[in-house]
Write a protein that binds this ligand. Structure first.
Ligand code: ZN
Length: 128
């Protein structure tokens, strides 16, 4: 089997049909991260009620793996509590997406960071 991410049907499905793509008006939390290595930029918007992620939207400007990582992440966290989402690591994203070359793994880390950043900002504001 080839190690090209273009041969990974799951990555290609999320790349061509991203889930929860878009922006959100008045989000409860917003996270933004950038990756200087391949230029990926991710925005994550959250609607949070009673510590549950009620809705999530994302915009990712970048490579196919970055888009697929954010897309699959939105499916993994929707309806979860904030403490449950803390357990969603980039490794879990990679397991969900399947085989990808090592040089693309940092794109999954970026998705984890974007979500964490949004939740951190939300908790900071709540406790301020
Ligand atoms: Zn990338």
């Amino acid at each position: 089997m080839s190690n090209h991410f273009q041969d990974n049907d799951k990555i290609m499905d999320h790349f061509f049909n991203p889930r929860n793509l878009g922006t959100m008006k008045n989000p409860d939390a917003f996270g933004q991260v950038g990756n200087p290595r391949c230029g990926d930029i991710m925005h994550i918007y959250l609607k949070i009620d009673n510590d549950i992620i009620k809705d999530i939207k994302f915009q990712t400007y970048g490579c196919a793996v970055a888009i697929a990582s954010t897309s699959i992440l939105t499916e993994m966290v929707k309806g979860k509590t904030l403490s449950e989402t803390q357990k969603i690591s980039s490794q879990r994203i990679r397991e969900a997406l399947g085989k990808m070359p090592a040089y693309k793994q940092h794109c999954t880390v970026l998705a984890e960071q974007a979500l964490k950043k949004a939740i951190e900002d939300y908790q900071k504001e709540k406790n301020a």
